[in-house]
Design a protein around this ligand. Structure first.
Ligand code: IVH
Length: 682
C-alpha cells in the first residue's frame, strides 16, 4: 500500500466510512440491515487498521472517532437559541379530551391531525449539526441553559456524526431523547453489581448518569440510544410545514425516529393510538411512560403558541402508574439522621414498572394503620416514574388468619434506646442521638455530602466501616473524629489502598476550607436545610454570634419560625455539640470571615478580588458586576493587597502567584456561595 495520505489510501478510507455510515443507517434508522453484523465489523476493522497505519487520514467525524476526545474537567454551559420546552401532561381520557377540545376551539376547526409518538423515558438532548456535521450535544438543563455533553453524545452509535444526503439546512438542531434500552440496562446493572458498585434504579437514571460522565470512554461503555422527536434552531433552509414530514426528513438525513410514530385524526385517532401502545408497551425494547400528541400542522402550532414553558399544541398522555401484587414478608424500621423511624416493607421481589422491587416505603405508622397492612398480607405495590415504590394497600380477602398488626417498636432497632413519638407528631424517633450508630452514620454521611463539607470519596461503605470497626484503632463517632484520621489509619479499611487513603486525606484537608453556610448545614441541626443555613450565616456573619443568640433573635432571621429557632437554640445549648464544633475549628475548618465593614455597609466593602480562568455561570463582566454591587473591587493583578482570587477553569499564573503569596482562593462554588449569601439588600 502506498504511504499515508496517498489518494488510494484516502479513497479507500472514504469509501469505508461511507459504507459504514450507510449500513448504520440501514440498521438503526430503517431497522432493515443489509449485511450481517460480522460483515459490518469487518468493514469497521479495516477502516480502523487503515487509520492506524496512516494517522494523517483520520477525520474527526470518522465512525472510528466516536470516543476520540479527552475527558473534560467539567461541563460547559450551553444557552439554547430556542428554549427547550417541556410538555403538559394528561393523566386520564377526560384530560386528553379536554386538551383536544381546547385545541379545536382555539383553531376553530372540527378535527385536528396529530402526530402520535412514544413518550420515552430518558434524557432530553439537543444535537447541533452545522453543514451536516455534529458540532455540539447539550442537555436540556432548565430549558434555557443546559450542559455541553458533546464528548458523550458522540459515543452514542445511533447518533450520526454526519448527516446523510443533501438538502439539510446549514444549521440544524435536532432534538430528541437519549435513553437506555431495557436489555442494556439490565446488563449494565448486572456488571455493576458484579463489580460491587451501586446499581441504577431505572433506565432513565442510568441514561442521565452516563451522560454526566466526564470521561467519554465511560459513556461509550454504556448502551445508550437516541430517538429524534423534533427540531430547534434552523438556519439556511426551510423545513416542511407538517411535524410528521419534518420527522420523515430527519430520518432521511440519518436521524433515528421512533418507529411507533403515526399521524392520527382527532380524539378518536388519539385513543386508538394510545390503546395500541398501552397494549404493546410491555413488549417494547425500551421503557415509555406515555404517548405524546402534537398538532401536526406547523401553521396551527404557531397559531396556538405557548403557555409558560409548554406548547399549547402538544400533550403527553401518561400511562397510569404500574401496580403489582406481592407478599409483604416483613416490616422493618430504618433509622434516619434525626432518629426518625421509617417503616420499610420487605417484599417478595416483584417486577413492576420495569424494575424488580423488593423494598417499598410505608411512610410512617399512621399510614400503616390507615392502610392496615400486616406482615404476610398480599399487598399492592405501585411504582410511578422514578419515585420510591410504595405499598398502596393490602388485599384483605387474602389475609391469613392470625395476621398481626405492625407495632411501633418501643426501642430503637439499632441502638436499643427508647423510641418516642411527640404529641401530635406523625414521626417516631429513636432518642439515642449520636449514641445510635444509625444516626451517627447518617449524620456523618450528611456532613460529608457534596452540598455540605463535600468530602470527596467518603461514601456510605467507608462510613459504615469507620463507625462499626473504626480505623487504626479509632472509631469514628462524630465529624470531628474524621479529621483525626491519617492515611495510615485509612489503609487498614477494606478496599482502601495507599492511593485512595492519600486521596481521602487530601479530600479531608480540602474540605476544611468552606463557608459558614455550608458548615451550619453540615452540622445537621434539625430543620436547618441549605436555605436556612444560608439565611443564618448571612444574618449572623459569625458563628459565635449565632451560638449565643436567643430564640427571639433567631426568629428575626428570614424564614426562621419558632420551631426552627427552638431547634437551633437547643442545638447550641448542648455542650457536646459545642465541643465538637470547637474540635472542628481546632482541626482547621475555616471560612471567609466578615470584616467590620461588612456588618455596617455592603458585604464585600474594602475587599479586593482578582479573577482568573473561566467561570461557568458568569462572564468576567458579570462576576465583576456582582462583586462591585456588593462593594468589592476587582483588579487585574495579584498583589499582597488582594483579598481573594476567584479561580475558574484553566486558571493561569495568577493562581500560582496567589498561592505563592498565600492569598485565599475561591473556586466557583465558593465564589457563588459568597455572593449569594451576601446578596444585596436594598
Ligand atoms: S416533545 C415542545 N416528544 O418528555 C415539546 N418530548 O415532559 C418538547 N420526551 O423534555 C418535547 N418523548 O425529554 C417530546 N416524543 C417526545 C418525547 C418527549 C420523551 C421527553 C422530553 C421532554 C419531556 C417533557
Amino acid at each position: 500500500m502506498s504511504p499515508g495520505g496517498s489518494p488510494s489510501v484516502e479513497a479507500r478510507a472514504k469509501q469505508l466510512r461511507e459504507q459504514i455510515e450507510y449500513h448504520n443507517y440501514r440498521y438503526y434508522v430503517l431497522d432493515d440491515p443489509e449485511i450481517p453484523d460480522a460483515e459490518f465489523d469487518r468493514l469497521f476493522r479495516e477502516l480502523q487498521q487503515l487509520e492506524k497505519a496512516h494517522p494523517d487520514i483520520v477525520t474527526e467525524d470518522s465512525p472510528t472517532q466516536r470516543v476520540g476526545g479527552q475527558p473534560v474537567d467539567r461541563f460547559r454551559e450551553v444557552r439554547h437559541a430556542v428554549p427547550m420546552l417541556s410538555l403538559e401532561n394528561a393523566f386520564s381520557e377526560e384530560e386528553m379530551a379536554e386538551f383536544d377540545r381546547r385545541v379545536r376551539e382555539r383553531l376553530d376547526v372540527e378535527t385536528v391531525d396529530y402526530t402520535g409518538e412514544t413518550k420515552l423515558d430518558g434524557v432530553s438532548i439537543s444535537l447541533l449539526y452545522e453543514h451536516g456535521r455534529l458540532i455540539r450535544g447539550a442537555t436540556r438543563g432548565d430549558g434555557t441553559t443546559g450542559e455541553d455533553v458533546t464528548h458523550n453524545v458522540r459515543t452514542v452509535d445511533t447518533i450520526p456524526l454526519r448527516l446523510r444526503g443533501k438538502g439539510f439546512p446549514r444549521l440544524l438542531e435536532v432534538r430528541g431523547e437519549v435513553f437506555m434500552p431495557r436489555e442494556g440496562f439490565a446488563e449494565l446493572n448486572r456488571k455493576l453489581e458484579a463489580a460491587g458498585s451501586k446499581t441504577f434504579v431505572n433506565p432513565r437514571n442510568a441514561a442521565a448518569g452516563s451522560l454526566r460522565q466526564l470521561d467519554p470512554r465511560l459513556a461509550a461503555e454504556r448502551p445508550l440510544a437516541f430517538f429524534g422527536f423534533g427540531i430547534g434552531q434552523v438556519e439556511g433552509e426551510s423545513l416542511p410545514e407538517r411535524h410528521s414530514e419534518i420527522l420523515t426528513a430527519l430520518q432521511e438525513w440519518g436521524i433515528r425516529v421512533s418507529p411507533r410514530t403515526r399521524v392520527v385524526r382527532g380524539l378518536d385517532g388519539c385513543r386508538t393510538f394510545y390503546d395500541g401502545l398501552a397494549a404493546e408497551r410491555a413488549d417494547l425494547p425500551y421503557e415509555i411512560d406515555g404517548v405524546v400528541f402534537k398538532v401536526d400542522r406547523k401553521d396551527q402550532q404557531r397559531q396556538l403558541g405557548f403557555v409558560s414553558r409548554a406548547p399549547r399544541w402538544a400533550i403527553a398522555w401518561k400511562f397510569p402508574a404500574e401496580e403489582a401484587a406481592t407478599v409483604l414478608r416483613d416490616v422493618e424500621f430504618q433509622v434516619g439522621r434525626t432518629g426518625a423511624l421509617t417503616p420499610v416493607a420487605r417484599l417478595e421481589p416483584v417486577f413492576v414498572g420495569g424494575v424488580t422491587v423488593s423494598n417499598a416505603t410505608l411512610h410512617n405508622m399512621d399510614e400503616i394503620e390507615r392502610k392496615d397492612v400486616r406482615p404476610g398480607d398480599t399487598v399492592i405495590v405501585r411504582r410511578a416514574g422514578d419515585v420510591i415504590p410504595e405499598v398502596v394497600r393490602a388485599v384483605p380477602e387474602k389475609r391469613k388468619r392470625g395476621a398481626r398488626r405492625v407495632k411501633l417498636p418501643e426501642s430503637c432497632p439499632v441502638c436499643g434506646s427508647e423510641v418516642v413519638r411527640a404529641e401530635g407528631e406523625v414521626v417516631a424517633r429513636c432518642s439515642g442521638g449520636l449514641f445510635c450508630p444509625a444516626q451517627r452514620k447518617e449524620s456523618l454521611r450528611h456532613f460529608a455530602s457534596r452540598r455540605a463539607m463535600d468530602i470527596d470519596g467518603l461514601g456510605t461503605k467507608l462510613i459504615d466501616q469507620l463507625v462499626e470497626q473504626g480505623a487504626g484503632g479509632k472509631r469514628v463517632k462524630n465529624p470531628a473524629d474524621l479529621y483525626e484520621l491519617t492515611a495510615d489509619d485509612l489503609v487498614q479499611l477494606e478496599r482502601v489502598g495507599a492511593k485512595s487513603a492519600e486521596n481521602l486525606v487530601n479530600a479531608l484537608v480540602q474540605s476544611k476550607e468552606t463557608t459558614l453556610a455550608r458548615f451550619l448545614y453540615a452540622l445537621g441541626i434539625r430543620e436547618v436545610g441549605e436555605v436556612t443555613a444560608a439565611a443564618l450565616a448571612e444574618h449572623f456573619g459569625e458563628l459565635e454570634r449565632l451560638e449565643d443568640a436567643d430564640e427571639e433573635e433567631l426568629q428575626s432571621v428570614p424564614d426562621v419560625g419558632p420551631v426552627v429557632a427552638r431547634h437551633v437554640h437547643a442545638f447550641f445549648r448542648q455542650t457536646h455539640n459545642r465541643e465538637i464544633i470547637q474540635r472542628l475549628l481546632a482541626a482547621g475548618v475555616t471560612w471567609p470571615r466578615p470584616t467590620s465593614g461588612e456588618r455596617s455597609g455592603k458585604a464585600l466593602a474594602g475587599k479586593t478580588f482578582v479573577l482568573t480562568g473561566a467561570l461557568e455561570a458568569f462572564t468576567r463582566d458579570e462576576a465583576r458586576e456582582r462583586i462591585e454591587a456588593l462593594g468589592g473591587k476587582v483588579t487585574g493583578s495579584v498583589s499582597r493587597k488582594t483579598d481573594f482570587v476567584v479561580v475558574g477553569s484553566e486558571a493561569g499564573s495568577k493562581l500560582e502567584k496567589a498561592q505563592a503569596l498565600g492569598i485565599q482562593t475561591l473556586d466557583e462554588p465558593a465564589f457563588r456561595e459568597l455572593i449569594s449569601v451576601h446578596h444585596t439588600r436594598d
